[in-house]
Write a new protein. Sequence first.
Length: 132
Amino acid sequence: ELVGFSDVGGWIAAGARAGPASLGVGVGAAVGVRGVEMGMRLLPGPTARWALSVEAGYAFGQGRLQPRVALRATGVHKVGLGGGGVVGLRFTPSRRLTLLADMGLERFRISAEENTRPFALTTSVGLGFNLF
């Protein structure tokens, strides 16, 4: 997977003070069998705050357009660990290509000295290249 992602929660919470929205590009891999999906993404962030996300999800149906739900756990370097729920869609226009869109809400356990919000509302869109 090649995904673009954003923590829109930070932009919403800070309002006009936020400046431009937090955006990034990440890479990942997923394995799925009959709707059950397991995946992992590596997401770069500012000031060496890379994140690693692991997901377990389910895509409903068998057609080209599949709604999806998942549970996600994320570790952010120098910030903390978190987890939460994800909803999304998968569109498969051809056997080898999948377009994806997800939105997730995660709660993070953050150390007291860290000046970071405990919640993240994230969005991601991307391309999946089906190998098998």
